[in-house]
Design a protein around this ligand. Structure first.
Ligand code: TYD
Length: 220
């Protein structure tokens, strides 16, 4: 640890799992990198990862997102295989070492996206929670679909098969419904980048047990 002390109640022997979710174009990836820097400066081991992964199953999913060839059930099946591998090889070992694991998408994306494609979100949740650890914190980056699509276009990218407006509207509704979960927090992703980063850092530090934080520093 650095000069910062942690609350006695903060778990130290087991890690802390954070899932960051939201529709495409919400800016999750950039902000997760900034969050990781803050947590490392506070002395935490931080492992950042994303789903779909770049493993064999994740690759098939990304290829299908570009071509739109798989059915929702096939996507669900591949996502489960990809996630199982991710949990076994990266997520669980890191948590057992005591790391803070930050995931850029997790099984809540399956509930939202494959749910929007016609599968039952509760079945998706059950299939995933059979092997995937529930996060300690779920952060939902929220912004209007139109704004997300504008940002994707500004990056010079073309929306993939998951990113049609009607689909994303259903995904956004589904993510917002998840805010009823006791471990979920919303971040307003329409704010400018610095404000979004501040909001993300604030919800994460609070969840980790820091009581006060000033700028990028934190005081227990
Ligand atoms: P994305 O975060 O856009 O990855 P990248 O920026 O590397 O392309 O994720 C790719 C797409 O995968 C995204 O549009 C949502 C979709 N997806 C699902 O449909 N279900 C899932 O369970 C996950 C994790 C992602």
């Amino acid at each position: 640890m650095t000069a910062t002390t942690r609350l006695a109640s903060t778990p130290t022997s087991t890690g802390f799992l954070i899932a960051v979710e939201g529709i495409d174009g919400a800016g999750k990836s950039t902000q997760i990198r900034a969050l990781a820097d803050v947590l490392r400066a506070l002395g935490h081991e931080v492992v950042v990862s994303r789903e779909p992964t770049y493993g064999q199953y994740g690759k098939q999913l990304r290829d299908s997102a570009a071509s739109g060839r798989l059915t929702a059930s096939e996507e669900h099946r591949l996502l489960l295989l990809d996630r199982r591998e991710h949990v076994d090889t990266l997520i669980r070992p890191a948590l057992e070492r005591g790391a803070v694991v930050v995931l850029d998408r997790y099984y809540f994306s399956s509930m939202a996206y494959q749910g929007a494609a016609g599968l039952d979100p509760e079945t998706i949740r059950r299939d995933n929670e059979a092997f995937a650890p529930k996060p300690d914190l779920l952060v939902i980056f929220d912004l209007p679909v139109e704004e997300g699509l504008k940002r994707i276009a500004a990056r010079g990218e073309r929306p993939n098969a998951f990113e049609a407006t009607a689909t994303l509207e259903r995904c956004r509704t589904s993510f917002l419904a998840m805010l009823d979960l006791p471990f979920a927090q919303r971040v307003d992703a329409t704010q400018d980048a610095d404000q979004v980063r501040g909001a993300l850092v604030a919800v994460v530090l609070r969840a980790l047990g820091y009581r006060r934080f000033v700028g990028l520093g934190a005081i227990a």
